[in-house]
Design a protein around this ligand. Sequence first.
Ligand code: NAD
Length: 347
Amino acid sequence: MKKLPVVLITGGAGYIGSHAVQEARKNGFDPVSYDNLSLGHAWAVQGSPLVKGELADRKKLSAAFKKFKPAAVMHFASHTSVGESVANPQKYYQDNLTNAMTLFSVMLERKVRYFILSSTAATYGDPVEVPIPETHPQAPINPYGDSKLMLEKILAWYDKAYGLRSTFLRYFNAAGADASGKIGEVHEPETHLIPLVLDAAMGRRKEITVFGQDYPTADGTCIRDYIHVTDLAGAHFLALKRMMEKDKSDFFNLGTGKGFSVKEVITKAEEVTGMKVPVKMGARRAGDPPELVARSSKAMETLGWQPRHSSLENILRTAWAWHQGYFGKIKTSRQPAARSRQARTRH
Ligand SMILES: NC(=O)c1ccc[n+]([C@@H]2O[C@H](COP(=O)([O-])OP(=O)(O)OC[C@H]3O[C@@H](n4cnc5c(N)ncnc54)[C@H](O)[C@@H]3O)[C@@H](O)[C@H]2O)c1
């Protein structure tokens, strides 16, 4: 049997990384995860090799490259909380920037020339144009987004100097779970809207706080572009194959081009789960732009990518199936939403 090229996936035991691991074989690659399990879970790599290692541990990283001989690297391992990055920038520059520099130096040493970066809409800062195209000015307003933009800049120079090709994938809001129900989102602490809403629906938390209802949007709450994690993972392999074929660096937004407000997400979640989601109104949070929606036509036209799994309903349905399976049965204390009972029978 022909040996598949190996892709080394840092953060392969995390939320998006584990979905990339899942997609790898379907796309003709053998995945090997490198993860310190600080935030990830060994079960999430689903039977593929996992090296439990710290990115800062150059010796261990180098040994993993020597052993598995990857043809390419997908780099998911980083800290991801905007709020935490503002409170503790040292952690973000240390882990997101310095550790990535170690990874690049091992790649150069081992002559691995293809790299996919988990970048983010946070590199754009406050949008001056929505939907946001890839050519939008990049002016991050927090250390998290800034650390990712710095990596993009460093990699552009590495391309010129060393021929290290990279693709920056600027995700909008990753959400949903693999249809198998075997992997999904588990962050501790959780900061993302959809799992928090589902927690409230399940009675795992008392309520969901909506931060700000006076934004210049139709219902006053923030609008975000939710992209299903399976679509996101698939895009990595389309981008990797194209980069290897053309031997050229590139960058793409990954979103659906359609935004939903916080209130719309909550209403849809009640419909899909059939449960009431208790809501508390809170003040705006600093650094939350009113609307973040991607223009993703470049990925669609260049990579032939389509966000097939990303209807809000499918995102919520798969996330709910995962959430219930992982976090246990619905508590009886939470009452089904009256108007949602009927909707539930449709699914
Ligand atoms: N989740 C989103 O909506 C979103 C949006 C934009 C960009 N991103 C980016 O996508 C990537 C993955 O996000 P996620 O939500 O899957 O995060 P996650 O926390 O679920 O996964 C990150 C993984 O990296 C590992 N890790 C962290 N630091 C490490 C280190 N120093 N050495 C080895 N392993 C380490 C963790 O254990 C974890 O398994 C991140 O780079 C993030 O910035 C995520």
